[in-house]
Write a protein of this length. Structure first.
Length: 221
């Protein structure tokens, strides 16, 4: 997960009881860097305006600007109205990425690892871990099996790029220009706006070569 800052001002459509109108989406998309706030997939073709707290047909909740989030249909469907009390990525007092460790295996059929970074996680962290496990790993229906395959392939392509750049930095025969480009490539993946940024941040934090040789890369998070 990743933190975002909700801009001031309320889209006019909410006063007209429309929460999925163009003016709402046009603010939510850049606010969330075009990524689903749960799985961090970008270039979403199946965007949905998600209610962080289930509205239960209550207008004050359904059209509350602070309750609207940018999500993909897979994550929105899995979250449904049953997963509540989650970590709030708009809460600036919490670094949501540091609360949950996310790791991907080199084998695409393996489950993505989702676990709390603390041995005594808060209730919100525990509930978010449970949901993210579903977002990344659920194949309980045929369609969810297909959507997970697409998601994992997108993640895998990014992981290959990270590992390739890391290998170039590690190799002693790599030229100065190529090393510079490789470092910039990893640096870009650590930025919040990059798809699946939390994964690459944990990849970096668990790599002693990168953290010791390029400690400045952590400055952004």
């Amino acid at each position: 997960m990743f933190n975002v800052i909700r801009p001031n001002g309320i889209p006019a459509s909410l006063a007209k009881r429309q929460y999925n109108h163009t003016d709402v989406v046009s603010v939510l998309k850049p606010m969330f860097y075009g990524k689903c706030y749960l799985c961090e997939r970008d270039e979403i073709q199946d965007v949905e305006v998600e209610h962080f707290e289930p509205h239960m047909s209550i207008d004050a909740v359904k059209f509350d600007w602070n309750n609207l989030y940018y999500a993909c249909s897979r994550c929105n469907s899995l979250k449904s109205s049953t997963h509540n009390g989650l970590l709030d990525c708009t809460d600036s007092s919490i670094s949501v990425f540091r609360e949950i460790i996310l790791k991907m295996s080199v084998a695409t059929n393996d489950d993505v690892i989702v676990k709390a970074s603390s041995q005594t996680p808060s209730d919100a962290v525990a509930k978010t871990v449970a949901l993210l496990n579903l977002c990344y790993n659920s194949t309980n229906t045929a369609l969810r099996g297909v959507s997970r395959e697409v998601l994992i392939e997108q993640m895998y392509g990014n992981m290959v790029a990270f590992i390739t750049n890391r290998a170039l930095l590690k190799k002693t025969s790599t030229g100065r220009t190529i090393k510079r480009d490789a470092k910039e490539g990893i640096e870009a993946m650590l930025e919040t706006k990059h798809p699946f940024s939390a994964f690459w941040r944990w990849q970096y934090l668990n790599d002693s070569f990168l953290t010791q040789t390029y400690p400045e890369l952590e400055e952004g998070f």
